[in-house]
Design a protein around this ligand. Structure first.
Ligand SMILES: Cc1cc2nc3c(=O)[nH]c(=O)nc-3n(C[C@H](O)[C@H](O)[C@H](O)COP(=O)(O)OP(=O)(O)OC[C@H]3O[C@@H](n4cnc5c(N)ncnc54)[C@H](O)[C@@H]3O)c2cc1C
Length: 460
């Protein structure tokens, strides 16, 4: 038996934020990770955070504000995002950005990504992000960190108050008693086939990505205590996941998931019939759904030298040169040869690109009505400057973005609307924030913001 003030279950971004915040309040903290390495899905991510009104945006000439980010989050959610949780994000986002920088996290230049009306992706290198935060955890004598221990059930007193948890370790079961509460920061459930089948059967054909430990353990433990769940019907895939070594269609292995989105720089997407299948400016979640319905669920992003020149060598979805170097992108001097490189019909692909270019010249997309690069931002560009590039990709469930209902103080709420005493949640396990869709970068930011709020509530 081990005693602590606050028990934080899950060593990803939300868990680190909660543990560090609690320690900064003077509490003793036990941070426990199931696998041998910290980072979960955070480490696999593109490292993009969404913040608004930062100096980095102003320096790049982008006008943005917390109210604009609110509008985009709510729009991306299909109007379903819980306004109270969105307000927590809005109120905490500037501080979270400052907090990350103060904890040694480095940010790259600001770029545009899905569902952002203004460029507000503040990219990090995920390994640098987690290494910096984990170093702070290890250096803080108020925090004890334990890995290779999986929480299996929560311990509850006769009044229903959560008093700790039982972990499975290589040496048997280990019980932890937490005086001030337990924070569930166990991430999503993309790696739990049974839960995906239960809540998102239409994602059967999508690749499943995310941290190997992300099997929904926290969700199940909270569910056992009667926790309510939100947004479970909205698990979605993301368009743009590399299909390594097409046409063998080897899915990326854990840790090498690659997301590239040339569509938001002006590229187009076609299917195996070499025809466009959507307005490419829409959210990559919606595109993901549409892509699953295409032949063999495959899409090809196509772009030219003008777009290639915008490649950003950071761990973002805009690192086109990096994808070319890895052999995930093919290059050719004509659309005809590009088609041949991946086995598409050259005549049809040439016709598709010619028609798109003619439409762009006339200022209208006669096929799908595309008017911008992404969510109203940026003018359409013709795909006409050789060399040309093609990237075979598909839809992947990266994250589940749904889960336990929480109050704005990150208290878990049961199916009758009552808080479960001493039980808090933060990060991807939380439902109610993303609704039916996600604005790029908001999940990492949310993990930091909600993790810090959960710790403050438990100790307040
Ligand atoms: C390929 C990819 C790209 C992405 N890109 C972005 C992006 O650029 N921007 C963005 O905002 N979001 C992105 N996301 C989503 C984002 O990475 C996650 O939503 C976010 O990292 C979740 O953080 P978290 O701390 O809640 O969970 P995680 O970082 O997944 O951490 C959860 C941790 O809990 C541990 N755990 C699970 N069960 C137990 C247990 N029983 N006991 C103890 N520990 C347990 C896990 O092993 C894991 O280490 C991406 C996701 C993927 C997969």
């Amino acid at each position: 038996m081990t005693d602590t003030d606050l028990l934080v279950i899950g060593g990803g971004l939300a868990g680190h934020a909660a543990a560090l915040e609690a320690a900064e309040f003077g509490a003793s903290v036990l941070l426990v990770e199931k696998t041998a390495a910290v980072g979960g899905s955070t480490l696999q991510s593109s490292g993009s955070f969404a913040f608004a009104g930062t100096q980095a945006q102003r320096d790049a000439g982008f006008e943005d504000s917390p109210e604009e980010i609110r509008t985009d989050i709510v729009a991306a959610s299909g109007g379903l995002a819980d306004p109270a949780l969105v307000s927590v994000y809005i109120e905490g986002q500037a501080q979270a950005y400052a907090w990350l920088k103060a904890h040694g996290v480095h940010f790259h230049p600001v770029t545009l990504s899905s569902n952002q009306a203004v460029p507000r992706t503040h990219a990090t290198q995920p390994m640098q992000l987690m290494t910096a935060l984990h170093a702070k955890v290890l250096a803080d004598e108020r925090i004890e960190f334990v890995d290779n221990a999986a929480a299996r059930r929560l311990v509850v007193d006769p009044e229903g108050k959560v008093t700790g948890a039982v972990f499975e370790t290589g040496q048997g079961n280990w019980e932890v008693r937490a005086r001030r509460g337990v924070v569930l920061a166990t991430g999503g459930f993309s790696q739990n086939a049974e839960l995906i089948e239960k809540f998102a059967p239409r994602m059967a054909r999508a690749l499943k990505l995310g941290g190997s430990g992300n099997t929904g353990d926290g969700l199940l433990m909270a569910w056992k205590l009667g926790a309510d769940m939100v947004d479970m019907a909205h698990v979605n895939g993301t368009f743009g996941i590399s299909l390594n070594h097409y046409p063998d269609m080897r899915a990326p292995a854990a840790g090498e998931a690659l997301l590239r989105l040339a569509i938001y720089r002006g590229g187009i997407a076609v299917n195996l019939e070499a025809r466009r299948f959507a307005d490419e400016s829409i959210s990559y979640k919606k595109l993901g759904e549409i892509c699953l319905d295409q032949p063999r669920s495959i899409g090809f992003q196509i772009w030219d030298a003008k777009i290639m020149a915008q490649s950003v060598p950071a761990p973002t979805a805009t690192d086109f040169e990096g994808a070319l170097a890895l052999g995930l992108v093919r290059r050719a001097d004509s659309i005809h040869w590009l088609a041949q490189a991946v086995g598409l019909d050259p005549e049809i692909l040439t016709g598709t690109v010619c028609r798109y270019n003619a439409d762009v010249a006339e200022g209208r997309d006669s096929v799908f009505g595309r008017t911008s690069l992404g969510r109203g931002w940026g003018k359409l560009v013709p795909i006409d400057k050789p060399p040309f590039f093609i990237y075979p990709c598909t839809t992947g469930v990266l994250s589940t973005y749904c889960g336990v209902r929480v109050t704005p103080r990150m208290e878990c709420v049961d199916v009758f609307g009552e808080t479960i005493a001493n039980l808090y949640a933060a990060g991807e396990i939380v439902g109610g924030f993303h609704g039916s869709g996600y604005m790029s970068g908001s999940s990492l930011s949310k993990s930091v913001i909600f993790g810090r709020v959960a710790a403050r509530t438990a100790l307040g």
